[in-house]
Design a protein around this ligand. Sequence first.
Ligand SMILES: NC(=O)c1ccc[n+]([C@@H]2O[C@H](COP(=O)([O-])OP(=O)(O)OC[C@H]3O[C@@H](n4cnc5c(N)ncnc54)[C@H](OP(=O)(O)O)[C@@H]3O)[C@@H](O)[C@H]2O)c1
Length: 427
Amino acid sequence: MQTVKLALAGFGTVGTGLARILEENEELLFKRSGMKFTITSVLVRDIEKQRDYIPGPETRFTTNPEDLTADPEVDIVVELMGGITLAREIIIKAIKAGKHVVTANKHLLAEHGIELFKLAEEYGVGLYYESSVAGGIPIVESIKESLCVNKIKGMVGILNGTANYILSEMTTNGLEFDTALQQAQDLGYAEADPTFDIEGIDAAHKLVVLIRLAYGEDYPLAKLPTEGISKVTGLDIQFAREFGYRIKLIGQVRDVCGKLEAGIFPALVKYTLLLARVGGNYNAVRVEGNAVGPAFFHGQGAGALPTGSAVLADIMALTKVGKPNNTGFYSSDLKEADILPPEHATSEYYFRFNVADEAGVMASISKVLAEHNISIAQAVQKGDISGPNVPIVFLTHKARAKDVKDAIAKIDSMPFIAEETVSFRIL
Ligand SMILES: NC(=O)c1ccc[n+]([C@@H]2O[C@H](COP(=O)([O-])OP(=O)(O)OC[C@H]3O[C@@H](n4cnc5c(N)ncnc54)[C@H](OP(=O)(O)O)[C@@H]3O)[C@@H](O)[C@H]2O)c1
């Protein structure tokens, strides 16, 4: 019986999950692959740390990355530590030592993926990353293999469970943003520094990875329009509900006549769509291929066992392949995508103006919108007895992002505007 020797860089949430599945499903893994998997070494920051789970005596804990990358016995290096400096160094060393690599690190792949894929191709090794996008959902393999004959018209997804949890709590339990965030932190869904989750940065990392898989092109992270959920208020959630929508943090890419239009943004999603029903800390991705039509994937986007399951699937796949399929394309030399300038993107919009309660305001706003080719589909004005200002909400027909930006800038300079206007796209 062949034994596959694994070296783990990182033994936190995901590393521990992986080790638990290896132990619990050992018999199944053998039945499926005819192989035995052992963890020979584990790189951690602190060897003395008390751990909930310790693998068997064959596993050696170390603080020296060389114990993983320079060990000729190791077949696959599994990077589960996060960060982009040491993780990158370890992966490069592993590839150069001719070892396959599995990583869950979307941040690293978004920033340095192009370099790492080229290197892996040069050395003829696998660099697999199913767990880096949407945790347990098999979206990477599905795009790379099962949907590979399709031209991808577009993808839209909920790629960050923490942001989705916060928005779900605001919607279902009427919490304000800060309270919902605190709750997410108390439950361990959000980090002490939640910036990556709530400002859309984590979702942006994942979308960059998905775009490469779907189009074989690189959409540089720095060029991806990225907006988080920190400006979403309970009032907007409430208005959205009244119009039949839920607010979700969306990652989207579309092929618009050969150019890619992409971004991360909060959007109103019609409550009848499956995406609107993705609750709590779940993730979902809808992929539309020209042959297959729409395909919808839903599941747990994080957590020890769901993510460990995806990591182990990559390990199993790498023990079977001849030529590794890292990017899903024949060449791993991915060129920069032809990007549709974000200001040319079109969408329907939700606007909430907070205005002084006086005559003529609605007409003034409507006039500016018309001057910028923005036509109104629905409008609602609510009296607010608690103060001198009132919210006015407009839903629009399709409008260009540049026209929207210009119109709002003009409206926000008008004397009756009490606070900055809120605008979200409608899916
Ligand atoms: N958590 C999830 O559900 C999830 C889902 C999808 C993807 N991911 C990705 O998976 C990766 C790991 O996430 P995680 O949640 O498992 O992280 P984690 O719980 O914070 O664990 C990180 C592990 O890496 C070790 N480590 C960190 N920096 C190190 C350094 N400089 N030198 C040596 N060891 C170091 C830590 O050592 P100590 O144990 O000694 O502290 C710990 O064992 C990240 O890239 C993350 O984005 C996570």
